[in-house]
Design a protein around this ligand. Structure first.
Ligand SMILES: Nc1nc2c(ncn2[C@@H]2O[C@H](COP(=O)(O)OP(=O)(O)OP(=O)(O)O)[C@@H](O)[C@H]2O)c(=O)[nH]1
Length: 743
């Protein structure tokens, strides 16, 4: 995990380092001076704390709302998943959503009902309940406060049977059934509080608590994550003197066929199999290579997709990314994609210029390409280490490994081996004979056979442990990849794992988590959407707008990029974290999801899989045909002026299988409807390789020789497009209508 220096953070936050050191210490985050290194968790904790404080101060200087309110607000914003389109827009904003309505359901009791919470704060007799932790402006007390609060909660845990557990958000109907009171009764009480709610409306825990207390029913917020984080908090409290250097964890990325797998294999072969006597190399998802002055752990799944998927799950296991670029091919689209994924994660990059053995190897061309993407090679006066290598001849591999060690030393990667282990699940599967088999990467502590491990909803005692060479181990320290047996179920790759003191604790955490999984899934993401941008900026939850631009040509990419970056103002910075020519890919969507970003497409379309992933991950994809409209929308969204009036609904897609010219009708596409239906009245667009070729109306729709009003999925038809005769086999015809969004 990379460290962040105090002075870097201070620069980012525009405050003096000295002041930052004081603020960190007040939060019990150890920092001596501007050179002190902070972990990502510490920075995240500090930033969260700071944004909580600023939102509290901006909301009300007198009454501080509870921490949960902020979370609830996040939940509200996460409900908005849209794919918007302004392709045919003139002066109005047009929004497209495949099937889902784009309206946001208000959550009663969150910040738009502040008076209710205030009321609650002043008159309720239950303010000593463990959950309600008012945030004090006094930073120095916050940490202690939350810990003692946790202890209090622990004692209350024993009395949980007396209290009814409620999630952070639930419908009026659910509350009624949980506390065994009629919904009408609850609605009446809500009305007394000034809240007009229906039975299906969501209310937050604070509101539910007020209602319950009026009914003299005691409720407690079920929040296992808080308890889990307090267990994990102990991992953050590391004393510098206990830390020793740990091996770096490396991910290999790069363009297809540039030699990622070959390079990993070459390193493994020369450094592992040859030297480990009788070592049978196992594929366990990661392996460690020993070299003279240290060791290096490689993640064995090449490619940025795996890297970003892990990051999206909150796992940042990679310390350094190796960007493989073939010396004969140079920087290619996926090279750029990979380097942007690494940059977005803040991971240092070392470039391996591979295939140096081929006759037309041209490392300078690679360096030129890198420079164009702001990676300036060291020998060209920049900071990017470039190592010429050949996975085939082994040339340069030792230098590459040395450079990895060098960069990792600069990162001061350290961990405490003398504690219970914590880390990340790299991969896991069910083995018929052995049960759940998981590959874990230990980030800190030492994992021992017999330890009780928890990961997500899974737990178990480590029955056996192997290293990547299949050797049985009794214990394994920081950065070691190990395969373990003994978990009750298969954990999820990317999930955190940690060792707890006993089986009972593990079982409790697992059971609670299982209970809350549904709730957690709802709460999981709060991605950036243009519709909600203004609120998020105001809440202080968004300081950076991360945008991915995909367009039909490099000129448009550049024009959009420059104009969007220029929108940066005092409050928010617009970052283009990735751009490229071509359709919107799943990888783009995953990068947006992992970076809390949104995607702007100009004259391009997302493929079917990208749309599905975007819907699942709630990534906002905005599609435009006029550059100005894209800029105008982002600008309007930043000011809270974005007000979509129409949404586009895709009705169906047909694939062009054959084309023929028909006298008087022009070009007709013999097509097959693959999705939805195509109706004569719909508008259509033609998509070729993810790029929109044209948009227009249907001039003729026929089933065999007869005119058809509409043609459903699974049928063939002939489609003619008004004033367009350039249809080609393989084109997609997407039919859509515009629907007005009721205000
Ligand atoms: N001459 C030469 N060929 C290489 C070298 N490294 C890889 N290759 C060849 O390049 C091709 C692609 O190598 P891979 O290792 O599969 O590339 P990759 O980047 O992992 O490819 P994907 O997994 O498809 O993304 C193979 O035919 C390799 O044999 C090298 O150093 N020199």
């Amino acid at each position: 995990m990379s460290k962040i220096r105090v002075y870097d953070l201070a620069k980012e936050l525009n405050i003096p380092s000295k002041e930052l050191v004081d603020m960190l210490n007040a939060l019990d985050i150890p920092a001596k001076n501007h050179m002190s290194a902070l972990t990502e968790q510490q920075v995240k904790y500090f930033k969260n704390h700071r944004s909580e404080q600023s939102s509290i101060i901006s909301k009300s200087p007198v009454e501080a709302p509870s921490v949960k309110e902020t979370n609830n607000n996040k939940t509200v914003s996460s409900q908005n998943s849209t794919i918007a389109n302004t392709s045919t827009k003139n002066s109005t904003n047009i929004q497209r959503s495949n099937t889902t309505a784009t309206t946001t359901k208000p959550v009663v009791g969150s910040n738009n009902n502040k008076n209710i919470n205030n009321k609650a704060d002043t008159k309720r007799p239950y303010t000593n309940k463990p959950r309600v932790t008012p945030v004090k402006i006094d930073n120095s007390k916050k940490e202690k406060k939350s810990k003692s609060d946790y202890k209090k909660r622990k004692t209350d845990e024993t009395k949980v049977e007396d209290n009814i557990l409620l999630p952070s958000q639930l419908t009026v109907g659910d509350l009624a059934s949980k506390i065994n009171v009629s919904a009408t009764e609850i609605i009446k009480h809500l009305m007394k509080l000034g809240i007009m709610a229906t039975i299906n409306q969501d209310i937050d825990f604070d509101t539910a608590e007020v209602v319950a207390s009026e009914l003299e029913i005691s409720v407690v917020l079920e929040d296992v994550e808080e308890e889990v984080s307090s267990i994990l908090e102990q991992f953050e409290e590391e004393d510098e003197k206990d830390l020793i250097p740990r091996p770096p964890v490396i991910t290999v990325m790069g363009h297809v066929d540039h030699g990622k797998t070959s390079l990993l294999d070459a390193i493994r072969k020369t450094k592992v199999t040859a030297k480990e006597a009788g070592g049978i190399t196992q594929h366990i998802g990661a392996y460690t290579v020993k070299i003279n002055n240290g060791a290096i752990t490689f993640i064995d799944t090449p490619g940025h997709e795996a890297f970003t998927a892990m990051r999206h799950r909150g796992a940042s296991v990679t310390d350094i990314a190796i960007l493989v670029v073939a010396a004969d091919d140079g920087v290619m689209p996926q090279t750029v994609e990979a380097l942007n994924h690494a940059k977005a994660a803040g991971v240092p990059i070392i470039v391996a210029i591979n295939k140096m053995d081929v006759a037309n190897a041209n490392p300078d061309k690679v360096k030129q390409g890198l420079t164009e993407h702001s990676l300036i090679p060291e020998d060209w006066g920049g900071e990017t280490i470039c190592v010429p290598v050949s996975a085939h001849t082994g040339e340069g591999l030792d230098t590459l490994l040395e450079m990895i060690i060098l960069v990792s030393e600069m990162q001061e990667l350290k961990a405490n081996p003398n504690r219970l282990a914590k880390g990340t699940v790299i991969e896991a599967q069910l083995d018929k004979g052995r049960g759940a088999v998981a590959t874990l990467l230990i980030s800190t502590g030492t994992l021992k056979v017999g330890d009780i491990v928890v990961s997500g909803t899974t737990y178990g005692k480590v029955r056996a442990m192997n290293n990547d060479k299949g050797k049985k181990l009794k214990n394994a320290g920081p950065s070691a990849p190990v395969e373990i047996l003994g978990l009750s179920e298969v954990p999820e790759a990317g999930d955190e794992f940690y060792v707890v003191k006993d089986d009972k604790t593990a079982r409790q955490i697992s059971e609670k988590r299982k209970h809350y999984v549904k709730d957690q899934q709802v709460k999981k993401t709060a991605p950036l959407t243009l519709d909600d941008l203004f609120n998020q900026i105001n809440e202080g939850t968004v300081k950076d707008i991360n945008i991915i631009i995909k367009a039909d040509g490099q000129g448009s990419v550049e024009a959009l990029k420059q104009s969007l970056i220029r929108l940066t103002n005092d409050e928010v910075r617009v970052n283009v974290i990735h751009d490229g020519v071509g359709g919107i890919t799943e990888s783009d969507v995953m990068l947006a999801a992992a970076s809390n970003g949104l995607i702007i497409g100009f004259n391009v379309r997302p493929g079917a899989n990208s749309i599905k992933t975007a819907e699942k991950e709630k990534v906002d994809i905005r599609l435009y045909r006029v550059i100005y409209n894209a800029i105008e929308d982002v600008e309007a969204a930043m000011k809270g002026m974005l007000d979509p009036e129409y949404k586009e609904v895709v009705m169906g897609t047909a694939e062009v299988r054959q084309t023929f010219k028909v006298p008087n009708l022009g070009m007709i596409a013999g097509s097959y409807v693959t999705d939805g239906k195509i109706a004569r009245s719909y508008d259509v667009r033609v998509i070729r390789d993810g790029i929109v070729i044209t948009e227009g109306s249907i001039s003729s729709l026929k089933r065999f020789k007869d005119d058809a009003r509409e043609v459903a999925k699974g049928y063939e038809c002939g489609i003619g497009i008004d004033k367009f005769n350039d249809l080609k086999e393989g084109d997609l015809i997407e039919a859509f209508t515009m629907e007005e969004i009721p205000r």
